[in-house]
Design a binder for this molecule. Sequence first.
Ligand SMILES: *Cc1c(COP(=O)(O)O)cnc(C)c1O
Length: 483
Amino acid sequence: MLETSKDTLDPSDWNSFRLQGHRMLDDMIDYLEHQREQPVWQAMPDEVRKSFRQPLDDGQHDLTATHELFIKTVLPYALGNVHPGFMGWVHGGGTPVGMLAEMLAAGLNANLGGRDQAPIEIERQVMQWVRELFNFPKTASGLFVTGTSTANLIGVLIARTTRLGADVRQQGIAVNDSQLVAYASASAHISLTQAMDIAGLGSNALRKIPVNQQYQLDITALELAIAEDKKSGRLPFFIAGTAGSADVGAIDNLQAIAELCRRENIWFHVDGAYGALGMLAPDIAPRLQGIAHADSIAFDFHKWGQVPYDAGFILVRDGELHQGTFSSPAAYLKRESRGMAAGSPWPCDFVPDLSRGFRALKTWFTIKVYGEEKLGRVISNTCTLAQHLKRRIEAEPRLELLAPVALNIVCFRYRSTEANQVNAELVIALQESGIAAPSSTTLNGQLAIRAAIVNHRTTVDDIDALIEATLKFGEIITRSTGS
Ligand SMILES: *Cc1c(COP(=O)(O)O)cnc(C)c1O
């Protein structure tokens, strides 16, 4: 039982609390050290799921026993993105250093909405590094958000306010007669569609531009769509280029989009959810050329950057436009030049959130301890592994590559007359085997096994294990279905 002092939630016996804390820390370090010995993922037994359906009781439960419950019922049934065999979706692997930093942040319990405090200086420090990485001017602004979905929304909102003027904040989009329209490639992330919806502009006002053979936004088609909209009296205001598409890892021609945006006076946003941090890798950075001209960049430290969830980021070229989109006066948020209420502008002037956690700390630790060069090498290595996987697929007659491999995502399938059905089952079989965990996507009507190699722990052996398991299960499934 955790004995607490009479009126607070602190322990009455700090020493036994300390011992228990050390045990919990050791357990998590063991968990990370021995990841490879565990299955990537395993289905949760019914009785475990049922154990989470209990009514609230008013009992106090022992800390040690509650932790044991966590070890028994939570730890084994997580998604597995910490594991080297995890290749489903674009999930980061996290790091031991990030884990420790999260503990420090939780102990500090800082609220980074505003005011004069060192945690905000840490966030500003990370912001400065980000600005340098993308070659943005000193007048840029940027801060942590939950993820790229929110960062994309923020990009749309700033572009909207910039185009319609600050009055739109009081009067809504009715201040303007012409419809605002935005553009992104047909394989752009769904959060851009959602952003248009949430911003009140309507998801239909996002034009989904066809992609070329490389799954990149077709620039000519984009120009035509803009001309068409202008002729019809609509207002093109926002183009999102994708740096690392979620389905196949394509990078749009950011340079061409940048030039087009400048010519047409349209806001240039980059959805670089995972790909933007390719700037850390000398062999990938040149392929992101044009990103430095963006008006805003949305990206995640929790994907390729390996920072524990969540750590999204929005970077905006013109900090005044950014602040002008969100800042709101309120008496209780009064600023001073001295004392705790100094340090304006505050982070809350740049986002809808007032209460904000210390996401910056785990990112600061990650960059400081591992270093830019090492993080870049990890990113680069995932792309090398993707090329290895690609070569193995091309060398294996029973397998077929379904999309070009631009970065770290490989889409392929097991050949069969009933390919869609067989490969859907194959992906599930792989996941349930605990050997490797890819996900699936559909490309031109073809169901693909999609291996997104994001985790810094993944090695050539994990890729080879994926191939062996795919061949094994592919054969079993085709034999049993006779396809
Ligand atoms: C992951 C991803 C997103 C969404 O980012 P979250 O951090 O999950 O909100 C948006 N765009 C792309 C290209 C992504 O890969």
